[in-house]
Ligand binder design. Structure first.
Ligand SMILES: N[C@@H](CCC(=O)N[C@@H](CS)C(=O)NCC(=O)O)C(=O)O
Length: 210
């Protein structure tokens, strides 16, 4: 399998964590987003929205969307499971993951930022305010959604919620969003930092990191 990836993509970071938790071996092919490689016709044929990540299977079929890729990996190798066994907790973990992936992440995506600059002449300080606004509001909702860490967001094992949360926390730190009002999120971050899978998947640990 080949993962089309970019070291700083938080959506790809989710998939890297899932791959590492599952102990799968996947070839990684960087797509340089700041050089516009996501819009090359060859890559767009795999990912019509021109975004990473994309997973290409050994038979050539492709899967886009990080959460769909993670679902596929979970079906391919069920252990360790990426959702709690309890149905309610599993749904809550998925809801938390979706809150990050659908409600926070898209608002500060590269093409949204580029459109704000191009169409509305948004300046750097306005872009910074925009990012901080959505990340702060979103993570404070996630803080309320997750259970008291035990030590992960939904129990004793990391789940899809943690897989989505850690890359979003990385983005928050990257853009100087204070997390002082999010003690549960900080506790989950500390628990995840103790796991090699989360460490291996970090942007700065990738060979294409700049
Ligand atoms: N919902 C998608 C989001 C993917 C996405 O937005 N990827 C970003 C990087 S984190 C991207 O490729 N952006 C390229 C661009 O905006 O031009 C997923 O979960 O896979």
């Amino acid at each position: 399998m080949i993962l089309y990836d970019y070291y700083r993509s938080s959506a790809a970071y989710r998939v890297r964590i899932a791959i590492a938790l599952k102990g799968l071996v996947v070839e990684r092919r960087p797509v340089h987003l700041l050089h516009g490689e996501q819009r090359d016709p060859g890559y767009r044929a795999k990912s019509p929205l021109a975004i990473v990540p994309t997973l290409q299977l050994d038979d050539g079929r492709v899967i886009t969307q990080s959460l769909a890729i993670i679902d596929y990996l979970d079906a391919l190798k069920p252990e360790p499971p990426l959702l709690p066994r309890d149905a309610v907790l599993a749904a809550q973990a998925r809801a938390t993951a979706l809150s990050i992936a659908c409600e926070i992440h898209p608002l500060a995506n590269l093409r949204v930022i580029e459109a704000l600059q191009r169409q509305f002449d948004a300046k750097d300080d306005q872009i910074a305010m925009w990012r901080r606004c959505w990340i702060t509001e979103g993570l404070s909702a996630v803080e309320a959604l997750i259970a008291p860490p035990a030590p992960f967001a939904f129990g004793a094992e990391p789940s899809l919620a943690d897989i989505c949360l850690i890359p979003q926390v990385y983005n928050a730190r990257r853009f100087d969003v204070p997390l002082d009002d999010c003690p549960r999120i900080l506790a989950v971050e500390a628990a995840c930092a103790a796991l090699p899978a989360f460490m291996e998947a970090r942007p700065e640990a990738q060979p294409d990191a700049e």
